[in-house]
Design a protein around this ligand. Sequence first.
Ligand code: GSH
Length: 363
Amino acid sequence: MTHIMYGSPASLFSGKARAYLDWKGVDYREVSPNLQIRNEVIVPAVGRMIIPVMELEDGTILQDTSVIIDHFEAAEGGPSVYPETPRQRFAALLLECFGDEWLVLPAMHYRWNYNEEWILEEFGRNMMPDAPREQQVAAGTMIGQQFRGFVPMLGINEATIPGIEASYEALLADLDAHFAAHDFLLGSRPSIGDYGLIGPLYAHLYRDPASGEIMERLAPRVAEWVERMVKPAQKLSGEFLPGDEVPQTLLPILRRMMAEHVPFLETTARMFGAWHDENAGAEIPRAVGMAPFEIEGVTGEGAARTFSLWMLQRALDYLHSLEGDDRAACDDLLRQCGGEKLIDFELPVRLAYENHTMVIASE
Ligand SMILES: N[C@@H](CCC(=O)N[C@@H](CS)C(=O)NCC(=O)O)C(=O)O
């Protein structure tokens, strides 16, 4: 028996988990969930259909890639994807949040507006590899409806697309410049920040054919980083840069997060606080309304997702655990990238992810 990851080649978060598990050298096999696994394993254990889901050898079910990664970091020991020094660790946690929760915009835009026909067929191929093509397309189209439905909810529409594309192309250029000097974000070892970015930058933005062509053309070094991430040459290898260095070439990327994502998260937090004042004790919804955002001069509105706040909290909890020079070094990093507002920022209510559900933290 080995661990099983229920995941799929086209899934954003499966890509994040898989890249990590392969670097960490975890003994697991990946299984594409069919209807039976969905109805008999995933939905009963998690309460909803979602991937990736990890079934450990002892039957324990883990969902959420951050939970999966943290489990194996603790269980396996050895070289870690979490840097031990404050600036690097904080930067890595911020970039995990940015990749997971903000880069879904370009990921979903390019998938559904440049690769729709391909992805519908691909979903079908993964679900029923032996079925005739028409059946695959029909099944893929059914599954695809749900994901296509997320596109407007994320705020992707005719008005915002130029901003999303300008932002993504600029991000690619910044990452391309960074990877001219470094194999990964923080040196020769991938960090939790690399795993946050690989989710959107692998399945949707590299593997979907029309997106992959754009990445190869505009930012070939980013495509090479994707390849290093998903096919690690040597597991558990590499080092973070000495001296707690966060390379200058990462600052434009953090700046983009502070300019686009963080204001959206702050609004989401305010909306969540107001929701909580009126709904104490109620089940936490996936979104608490639509929040405005601005991306490269274009404004839009996207679902104000509560899960994103939990990801932000992960980074802020680390920041708040620091004292003295360590804390000052991270505050300074925030100032360098236009993130002053995060220095004193507090979420209105602490969140916890328990039994695969977002709840108010009990402390
Ligand atoms: N934050 C979660 C998100 C997992 C997730 O959103 N998975 C997608 C596929 S990549 C999914 O199954 N979505 C179904 C849904 O959200 O309803 C993680 O890190 O695992």
